[in-house]
Design a protein around this ligand. Structure first.
Ligand code: SF4
Ligand code: SF4
Length: 364
């Protein structure tokens, strides 16, 4: 039997949709990515600009690489029940509702690598943070298309899909490109709260809430605050409205955890980073860390529940993280407590003090 067929069956049994992609990516995908970088749309994610040509051609590193399997695990689960907490609950992007999908996908990739060896080939699996652009191989597979929101979509599962990649030593014939099924729809563009979706399926990370709330390590610009609404971690606004996401395909083994889908915003204060790491072990929250989530939580409370924010401010203003203290000082200004902001100025370093002073003018 065709070895790629054997691997496809193994991956399908584990809950993946499987697509085949050639080793050689179309030049247009690299050009599009380089244009995105050249325009500065990667914001502070400098690591994305390292060796793009090499990342788009894994054969330089793996000369045996001849064809790829793109593995897609859908996660359009229904919302888990909302715990008590009302406006003090933050919203989280759907992909982060489960306890680490990497931990679930990695053993499947290991099983596929082992199967490859038995079939006389070589394979290397990647999920998410490897050097290889999974989305570009997904596009090259012809199994779906790049939507206006920059996400890869398929007709059977929409865009809510975890992607992994298996590089193999067996060649794959290029399939024709998938037709663009966005048609005249523009819903993701008009629903984006920050206008981050620009032409050609590109998202400008400098405006995207997913970047600010997950990847950004510093202070969040004040003009972004009101756009965050109740988004604590990530943002799904451009996916929620997508008509292709009404299909609700799910991978049964991945169960959403209500504590991850609806975290209480007060959970990130008065706890050590170590206790936070224990509580959220295996979750995507660890990428942002406790200070990042506490920073975001203050902004969400400022947008949604100023009374709860006021109660939390004394604790937040004495937080060990200067990022949290600076955000708390700015949040005090947003809650109509400028005297509290002024009183905090002396406790802040120069950059944080300047941020809090800007907040006094911004929320004035
Ligand atoms: S994730 Fe949110 S902010 Fe980013 S492009 Fe989509 S809708 Fe806009
Ligand atoms: S919302 Fe509309 S335009 Fe955006 S990705 Fe979905 S189908 Fe395409």
């Amino acid at each position: 039997m065709d070895p790629l067929e054997v691997l496809t069956r193994v991956a399908s049994r584990r809950g993946f949709f499987v697509y085949r992609a050639p080793a050689s990516l179309p030049d247009a995908e690299l050009s599009r990515f380089e244009n995105w970088l050249a325009a500065g749309m990667n914001a502070g994610m400098d690591y994305l600009a390292r060796n793009p040509a090499e990342r788009f051609d894994p054969r330089r590193r793996f000369p045996w690489f001849a064809g790829a399997l793109v593995l897609a695990a859908p996660y359009a689960d229904a919302e888990p029940p909302r715990p008590e907490g009302g406006l003090r609950l933050g919203r989280v992007a759907r992909y982060a509702w489960v306890r680490d999908y990497h931990l679930w996908i990695a053993p499947v990739l290991a099983e596929l690598e082992e199967t490859c060896g038995r079939l006389g080939g070589v394979c290397k699996g990647y999920v998410d943070h490897g050097p290889v652009p999974e989305w570009a191989y997904a596009v090259a597979s012809g199994g779906g298309w790049l939507g206006r929101n920059g996400l890869w979509l398929t007709q059977r599962a929409g865009s809510y899909q975890y992607l992994a990649l298996l590089l193999t030593s067996w060649p794959v014939e290029p399939a024709g490109p998938h037709p663009d099924r966005c048609g005249s729809c523009n819903s993701c563009v008009t629903s984006c709260p920050t206008g981050a979706i620009v032409a050609g399926g590109m998202v400008d990370a400098r405006r995207c809430l997913s970047y600010w709330t997950i990847e950004h390590r510093g202070l969040i610009p004040l003009e972004i605050w009101p756009k965050m609404g109740d988004w604590l971690f990530g943002c799904d606004d451009c996916q929620v409205v997508c008509p292709w996401n009404r299909r609700r395909a799910v991978t049964p083994l991945l169960e959403p955890d209500p504590e991850l889908a609806w975290p209480n915003l007060e959970n990130f204060f008065g706890v050590s980073n170590r206790a936070f790491a224990r509580r959220y072990a295996g979750s995507a929250f660890l990428r942002t860390g406790r200070p990042g989530l506490a920073r975001n939580a203050l902004i969400v409370l400022s947008n949604r529940d100023p009374e709860a924010l006021k109660k939390l401010l004394p604790l937040a203003l004495s937080d060990p993280s200067s990022r949290v203290r600076a955000t708390a000082a700015a949040a005090a200004a947003s809650a109509g407590l400028p005297d509290l902001t002024r009183a905090a100025l002396d406790t802040l370093d120069e950059q944080a003090r300047s941020y809090a002073e800007q907040a006094l003018a911004f929320f004035g």
